[in-house]
Design a binder for this molecule. Structure first.
Ligand code: EPU
Length: 416
């Protein structure tokens, strides 16, 4: 099995370029199903999760060409299958994002029910409630969900929680529905705005994305479009923490500063210097960071996808930090692994108390999910000795060229 080896690498220096956002490109590839014309997408990070989403579309009958590094062409003209099979949905929950566009364009979709996962139970009830409200008939059987509707009709839909996936799925379904859909208590993440921009380039009519009320006027058909995916704010945040934890001085390029405000605010509170420079953000931390408290929340609150990395940082901070995870019900799997490296962390339900220690020690650990894996690399950068990270496939779901990008910053991160 491949492993990632990390050696003590303080301090990091240099520049890292951030890739296109995984969580923006996945729904955008799914949205290409809404049109029977070609869509060209740029700054696509060819991550394992992106490969799975492409395989899902190909299994439905789409044709996907990799034109050059970062550019793909999706042609959904010849969709001839309604089913996303267990083998693919099992590999990536976000495969479920094809149900909205399939239902809207083909009137039918059959998708394996995604199971629980390493970060919590993750139901899909809000997606299904939205489709039902829009007139879809939903049935369950043999581990699959079947959804049917001759034509979805616009509706007013209130989400009990601002779910990112439910907002995206309903927005895509509504793009071709009859009449106006209003999503209230919608998710406001930058990835939602990117998806809305893509749908609008295809000839759709989506307004209000980025606020808690999104209005979608359904159209009869959508055309092809060209779109460049937004930069990945979580990849950016991860490298910013790498600069901070190693007392380094780095520049993070190809970012949207506004998308990073919750992360920048917490880094500054910890005593890290974050400055805008013409190419992006300079992050430097001359001294050991201070403890900080974090509560994860839907955007514009602090992102749950940065919680594990910030926990690695506060593991070596001066003082005691308290983290509360409100988005997922089981997202502290990294705590046991960080403890193996000498971190002093106690968990009580959705809260974690992190008593900073002066030094971590390298150990054999495993990536329990994507962001947990990133946190272990960050911890390994400042641990004495060697950290060996197993189950690296989780890390490859969301970080492109991770060891190369770290090496360019002077870090000793290798894959064996
Ligand atoms: N939820 C429900 N019912 C639903 C949908 C969600 O109860 O029908 C709950 C979930 O169980 C969870 C909470 O709502 O407790 C948030 O889930 P959400 O639907 O917002 O998340 P998601 O769409 O499944 C996306 C990202 C995640 C990120 C979350 C929150 C993608 C492909 N995934 O997931 O990314 O953590 O939003 O920001 O966009 C990652 O990149 O590491 C990652 C896990």
């Amino acid at each position: 099995m491949p492993r990632i080896i990390v050696e003590n690498s303080s301090p990091l220096r240099g520049t890292v370029r951030i890739s296109g956002a995984k969580n923006a490109v996945l729904p955008i590839i799914a949205a290409s199903l809404l049109s029977n014309d070609k869509c060209i997408l740029d700054d696509v990070p060819m991550l394992d999760d992106v490969e799975v989403m492409c395989e899902v579309l190909v299994s439905l009958g789409a044709d996907i060409k990799r034109i050059s590094s970062g550019r793909i062409e999706v042609n959904s003209r010849d969709i001839d299958n309604y089913e996303a099979p267990y083998e693919l949905v099992r590999r990536m929950r976000a495969s479920f994002l094809v149900i909205g566009p399939m239902l809207a364009r083909m009137g039918e979709a059959r998708i394996s029910l995604p199971g629980g996962c390493a970060i919590g139970t993750r139901p899909i009830d809000l997606h299904l409630k939205g489709f039902s409200a829009m007139g879809a008939e939903i049935n369950f059987g043999h581990g699959y969900i079947e959804a049917r509707a001759d034509r979805l009709r616009g509706e007013r839909i209130y989400l009990d929680f601002p779910s990112v996936g439910a907002t995206e799925n309903i927005m895509m379904a509504a793009a071709l529905a009859d009449g106006r859909t209003v999503i209230e208590n919608a998710a406001e993440e930058p990835e939602i705005v990117d998806l809305a921009n893509f749908i609008n380039k295809m000839g759709g009519n989506v307004k209000g994305a980025g606020t808690d009320t999104i209005k979608i006027e359904g159209v009869d058909e959508l055309t092809g479009a060209n779109h460049t995916v937004i930069p990945d704010r979580i990849e950016a945040g991860t490298y910013m923490v790498a600069g901070a934890i190693t007392n380094g001085d780095i520049i993070v390029e190809n970012i949207v500063t506004n998308h990073l405000m919750p992360v920048i605010a917490k880094l500054r509170e910890a005593g890290v210097f974050v400055e805008e420079v013409p190419s992006g953000l300079r992050v430097y931390a001359p001294e050991r960071v201070n403890s900080i408290d974090i509560k994860t929340l839907p955007y514009p609150g602090f992102p749950t996808d940065m919680q594990a990395q910030m926990m690695a940082l506060t593991s070596v901070a001066q003082g005691t930090s308290v983290f509360i995870e409100t988005v997922f019900d089981n997202r502290f799997m990294h705590v046991n692994e960080l403890r193996r490296m000498g971190a002093n962390i106690k968990i009580d339900g959705r809260s974690a108390v992190i008593q900073g220690v002066p030094k971590l020690t390298g150990a054999r650990v495993k990536a329990t999910d994507l962001r947990a894996g990133a946190a272990l690399i960050l911890a390994g950068l400042v641990a004495d000795g060697i950290t060996e990270i197993n189950e690296t496939h989780h890390i490859d779901r969301g970080y492109i060229d991770i060891e190369k990008k770290f090496q360019n910053l002077g870090a000793k991160v290798y894959r064996i």
